[in-house]
Design a protein around this ligand. Structure first.
Ligand code: ARG
Length: 468
């Protein structure tokens, strides 16, 4: 396939340069969006009388034919073409003749590609949101099953205070709902300004109707500055940023799953179908999925970094460096999609082991704060109560016992304030249920969180009812 930019050149481009320059390998994913954008442009050219209505009609039906043939497989993308824009335009011209050559009137590949990426990422972003919503639903379901599963909550990975598995899982739901929101925000901005009509960099002398093309393509309006229109890639960076944060959340959850599925914790058991074995150690059942998510998070941060560094030194307006945007952002999108596709069923089939969580909760003195609070409520100043309980814990450690197993005389020997009520105050279930402050781990709070999360998700679904 020949170059679009013949005329000035006396030699064909060196095949090595052609290979180096070519983006068809990765921008062919935008074929559909490229054609959609061209249709809006051609219809506008016809309506404005910039090309004849006859030519516009021929272009439109030609483009539709290309779209259908690409979808049916009757037309294959030429891997030798420089990029998807070249391929579509040249195929059109080969099919309909001179009218095809009029399609690019008042347009440049610079505004064309800026449009195509937006249209493509818009679809990809919505699909990621859909996958995220499914993950949120799965986590809420698991949380609902575990509102009473007491486990140690950790700080510094040291047992700290009692929580429930339901509460812990809901923490991830809130992170993921913020991700959903961040995608929403990034997509709204991506959809607000249409770059089509910016031309190569300085607009055009043709009387384009940019309002019309922007509206036809689902944008709020045209971008107000042609230089910015062709050279803005903020929307790629924003999406990569939102994806990176989401990957960070998945990676943290993965890390917990890795810990929880180890023999040291055994709070959960992953389904056999979502684990792998070892080629040499017959006993192994490895949480590969979660380790890969943790690993791929670094790769996505790399994509974000690629975009940020790619843009930072570019003078206005378009520079070929920007062709590197697509591989980076598509990789970030694909990686998150792959992770979500696997992690959701993995969590859905995961079995929680409440007995083991409970046993761990019984061991780490996670009711020590409650013991101090008990004394405080009986009039001991908190600092004194804290110190006294600390000595009790030291005594327990020295004697290999736990607070709840201490006889009353031992409690009394530390402070006469203690009475039988202490056993109730430091009972694990009571300690958990007693944490009824808003957003706390008690069952009622977790149930409320599940309801709130469900409402937020329902509102999002309602908003996108037509699309989803
Ligand atoms: N393949 C190019 C890209 O992705 C399309 C724009 C080409 N524009 C140019 N002036 N060479 O950025």
């Amino acid at each position: 396939m020949a170059q679009l930019w013949q005329g000035r050149f006396s030699k064909a481009v060196d095949s090595r340069v052609n290979d180096f320059n070519s983006s068809i390998r990765f921008d062919q994913r935008m074929a559909h969006q490229d054609i959609t954008g061209s249709m809006a442009h051609a219809a506008m050219l016809g309506a404005q009388g910039i090309i004849s209505q006859k030519d516009a009609d021929e272009i439109l039906s030609g483009l539709e034919g290309i779209l259908n043939d690409l979808e049916s497989g009757a037309l294959a993308i030429d891997p030798e073409a420089e990029d998807i824009h070249t391929f579509v335009e040249q195929t059109l011209t080969a099919r309909i003749g001179d009218a095809g050559k009029r399609l690019h009137t008042g347009r440049s590949r610079n505004d064309q590609v800026a449009l195509d990426i937006r249209l493509t990422l818009r679809d990809m972003g919505r699909s990621l949101q859909q996958q995220l919503a499914e993950l949120v639903e799965t986590l809420c379901k698991k949380a609902a099953e575990n509102t009473a599963s007491v486990m140690p909550g950790y700080t510094h990975l040291q047992r700290a205070q009692p929580v429930t598995m339901g509460h812990q899982l809901m923490a991830y739901v809130w992170m993921l709902l913020r991700d959903l929101d961040r995608f929403e925000d990034a997509l709204a901005r991506m959809n607000s300004q249409c770059p089509l009509g910016s031309g190569a960099l300085a607009g055009t002398t043709y009387p384009l109707d940019r309002q019309r093309t922007a509206a036809a393509l689902g944008f709020d309006g045209p971008c107000p500055n042609s230089l910015d229109g062709v050279s803005d890639r903020d929307f790629c960076i924003e999406l990569a940023g939102a994806i990176s944060i989401c990957m960070m959340h998945l990676s943290r959850l993965s890390e917990e799953i890795i810990l929880w599925s180890s023999w040291e914790f055994k709070f959960i058991e992953l389904d056999d179908a979502f684990t792998t074995g070892s080629s040499i150690m017959p006993q192994k059942k490895n949480p590969d999925v979660t380790e890969l998510i943790r690993g791929k998070t670094g790769r996505v941060y790399g994509d974000l970094n690629t975009l940020l560094v790619m843009m930072k030194g570019l003078p206005l307006a378009y520079n070929k460096d920007m062709q590197e945007d697509k591989e980076a952002i598509f990789d970030a999108v694909d990686t998150l999609a792959l992770c979500l596709r696997t992690v959701t069923p993995m969590l859905d089939t995961m079995r929680t082991l409440p007995e083991n969580m409970r046993a761990a909760a019984a061991k780490g003195f996670i009711n020590a704060t409650d013991c101090a609070d008990y004394l405080t409520k009986k009039g001991v100043p908190f600092r004194d109560a804290y110190k006294l309980t600390g000595s009790l814990v030291a005594h327990c450690i020295a004697n290999g016992t736990t607070l709840e197993a201490l006889p009353m005389e031992t409690f009394k020997s530390f402070s006469p304030v203690f009475d039988e009520g202490v056993y109730e105050a430091i009972d694990l279930i009571r300690c958990t249920e007693g944490r009824a402050s808003e957003g706390g781990p008690c069952a009622a709070s977790v149930t409320k969180q599940i309801k709130q999360a469900g409402e937020q998700l329902a509102a999002w679904k309602e908003k996108h009812h037509a699309e989803v």
